[in-house]
Design a protein around this ligand. Structure first.
Ligand code: AP5
Ligand code: MG
Length: 215
């Protein structure tokens, strides 16, 4: 199954995509994680992306689309994937549809994880992520077993540069201007499913899995 997780910064896309990916046995492809990994490896792609990410702006569509098409062409993505943070503009959505159509494929559903701005700010200010596997934690909502250490691989937890208050405000604005129009885009394709992301992590998880299993 080819699933898109749509939602504002901090909505819980990464938290939930990890669970669905494990359950379905399909890869979790997160454009933000790919850019951060490229930056960690010091590649050209990573350095180009950093300039945009640090300001909370979107990386240009051509760079982002090329990276995703390359990733979904790999063997492990042939039966499906969970896209987290992509598409993020209507142009990216159109480019993805066109590329899939060439192979007789299409997106099965786009799930919007809906959360209010006030809650998003709280989540991002309390978040830390693993330097190695990028798993997100929250100091109150989802703390690691040992402070500063990832439960899954023992990696060091750190705060993302773009989770600083002034950058968060810009990311929310960019979401509303550039990404929110995708809600209408997927609605017009009858692919949009909404979920209340302001419930406990385990409740959101259960509802998401129910939606996917009944598809
Ligand atoms: P990206 O890494 O995709 O960041 P984002 O979309 O801003 O989303 P986040 O990762 O911040 O939030 P999330 O929804 O994954 O929430 P999480 O599960 O961590 O992108 C970063 C940057 O890369 C962009 O700004 C842009 O520059 C660039 N980029 C990426 N994709 C791009 C694209 N397609 N085009 C162009 N540029 C692109 O959860 C957040 C916190 O809340 C955690 O602490 C978690 O523990 C907690 N939490 C989760 N769920 C719940 C819950 N139900 N209740 C309480 N707490 C919860
Ligand atoms: Mg994320």
């Amino acid at each position: 199954m080819r699933i898109i997780l749509l939602g504002a910064p901090g909505a819980g896309k990464g938290t939930q995509a990890a669970v669905i990916s494990k359950k379905l046995g399909t890869p979790h492809i997160a454009t933000g994680d790919l850019f951060r990994a490229a930056l960690g490896q010091g590649t050209d792609l990573g350095n180009k992306a950093k300039a945009y990410m640090d300001k909370g702006e979107l990386v240009p569509d051509d760079i982002t689309v090329a990276m995703v098409l390359e990733r979904i062409a790999l063997d492990d993505a042939q039966t499906g994937y969970i896209l987290d943070g992509f598409p993020r503009t209507v142009n990216q959505g159109v480019a993805l549809d066109q590329a899939l159509e060439k192979n007789g494929e299409s997106i099965d559903m786009a799930i919007l994880v809906d959360v209010s701005d006030a809650e998003l700010v709280k989540r991002l200010s309390g978040r830390s992520i693993c330097r190695t596997c990028q798993t997100p934690y929250h100091s109150v909502n989802n703390p690691p077993k040992e402070t500063g250490v990832c439960d899954l691989d023992g990696g060091e937890l750190y705060q993302r540069d773009d989770d600083k208050a002034e950058t968060v405000i810009n990311r929310l604005q960019v979401y509303s201007n550039e990404t929110a129009p995708l809600i209408q885009f997927f609605e017009s394709q009858s692919k949009l499913v909404r979920i209340n992301g302001e419930q406990d992590i385990s409740v959101v998880e259960k509802q998401l899995l129910d939606i996917i299993e009944t598809k």
